[in-house]
Design a protein around this ligand. Structure first.
Ligand code: ARG
Length: 415
């Protein structure tokens, strides 16, 4: 745009008694009116004319043949002469700059080290389908990650896969009960089926919950049989997730699932209890929390009454670990809007722990997917996966192509 401002100033200089420089130009508040504006007030005073009359007079002169380069148009708008760069000239100039740069794809790149930025995104759950709501965060996170790299940040992308928690106890019991129904090469959908079946069976036999809890305890204690089952679930899931990431061309520096922080949880809980940040309530250990303005929020559980840790406990350990390792300048969690409270609670506990770097952490909510009258639930079997949406998109495109008779020699697009 500087180039066009200079051209406008040159053209103006020809129709004025003395030359003006590009710095005499303003930017109109509404760019639909023009890219630059030359205010006529001062000059009108000297010439004893009204600024609007002078603007009209100057615009008239500028529009005489040969005065303005092809790249610009000029018009009087009240007391201003406004200049607009034509689309064609602006695009040509932009493309010329891009092509003249150090390499295509380097335009606007910032080489300087602008700090370390942790970008956590995607984070699907093992043994559960890759949902449409994971896709939005995956796209947005991957995009922010690329922009950050381009603009000179040391980016660290992390996939916080949900690979730990009491659901793996349930899954183990479900495998014990229905493992025979599983195909030789099970997919995530097969795991979901037995998981849903387990939940149906619990309705008739609540003791299954205790069995699941016991199985999770065994996992925590590294019982090889339960560990093998858990590892198998991870393997099945990651294979499918990785195929999706390959399709989407999304990469991570680290896939650090929730289980990665397992060995840090007990010492962390002990420290929180000593510091009185956790207090006991009905057998569980909870933290009283506030938002950043000090307004009270619902308390957050960090240890359940049966002694097990939860999602929030692992997030707390994860934040501290990442800060210790990277001393980051910024950490972004790209996660669905339904987890807003979770992150407020997490940040509150970090504040209470005196981790003032919490101010560098942010939750970027990616909106909320739900059905008209219910939320999505893996357990209840009502959900929409990314594959579902891809399938539907493909069908609709194919149907449209047939309908419009434009499919001669064309096949439906591959996703
Ligand atoms: N696995 C979670 C889910 O699918 C999302 C994890 C988001 N990240 C985090 N650090 N809590 O709901």
């Amino acid at each position: 745009m500087e180039r066009f401002a200079r051209q406008a100033a040159d053209a103006l200089s020809q129709v004025l008694p003395s030359p003006v420089s590009a710095s005499a130009l303003d930017v109109p508040p509404d760019t639909r009116l023009g890219d630059f504006a030359f205010p006529c007030f001062r000059m009108a005073k000297e010439a004893r004319k009204s600024p609007a009359d002078l603007a009209k007079e100057l615009a008239g002169k500028l529009n005489e043949p040969g005065r303005l380069p092809d790249s610009l148009t000029a018009a009087a708008v009240g007391p201003y002469v406004n200049f607009t760069a034509t689309k064609k000239a602006a695009m040509t100039s932009l493309l010329t700059d891009i092509l003249a740069g150090p390499g295509i794809g380097d335009y606007g790149r910032k080489p300087t080290h602008r700090g370390t930025w942790i970008m956590e995104f995607s984070s699907p759950n093992v043994a559960k389908p890759f949902m449409i709501y994971h896709f939005r965060g995956t796209g947005l996170g991957a995009c922010l990650d690329r922009v950050g790299r381009y603009r000179g940040f040391k980016m660290v992308s992390i996939n916080h896969v949900g690979d730990w928690g009491t659901q793996f106890g349930k899954l183990y019991v479900a495998t014990e009960m229905y493992g025979a129904d599983l195909p030789a090469d099970p997919k995530i959908v097969d795991l979901v089926k037995i998981y849903v079946k387990f939940h149906e069976a619990v309705k008739d036999d609540p003791t299954l919950e205790d069995r699941a809890r016991a199985a999770f305890k065994r996992l925590e204690q590294r019982d090889p049989i339960v560990v093998a089952n858990w590892e198998k679930c991870i393997e099945i899931s990651m294979k499918e997730f990785n195929a999706l990431y390959a399709k989407l061309d999304v990469k991570f520096d680290h896939v650090w699932g929730e289980s990665f922080y397992e060995d840090k949880l007990r010492p962390l809980l002990a420290a929180l209890k000593t510091a009185d940040i956790l207090v006991q309530s009905e057998g569980a250990w909870i933290a009283n929390v506030t938002d950043e303005k000090g307004r009270e929020l619902p308390p957050a559980i960090f240890e359940k009454s049966d002694g097990s840790t939860i999602y929030a406990t692992r997030d707390l350990a994860a934040a501290i670990y990442r800060h210790e390792k990277y001393d980051f300048d910024r950490m972004t969690y790209v996660v669905g809007g339904e987890q807003k409270l979770h992150f407020q609670q997490l940040f509150s506990v970090l504040r209470q722990m005196g981790k003032d770097w919490v101010s560098k952490c942010e939750h970027v909510p990616t909106g909320l997917y739900r059905f008209k009258d219910s939320k999505m639930s893996t357990r209840k079997g009502n959900f929409v996966t990314l594959e579902d949406v891809w399938g539907m998109a493909k069908e609709r495109v194919a149907a449209l192509m047939t309908e419009r008779g434009s499919n001669a020699g064309m096949s439906a697009p591959e996703f």
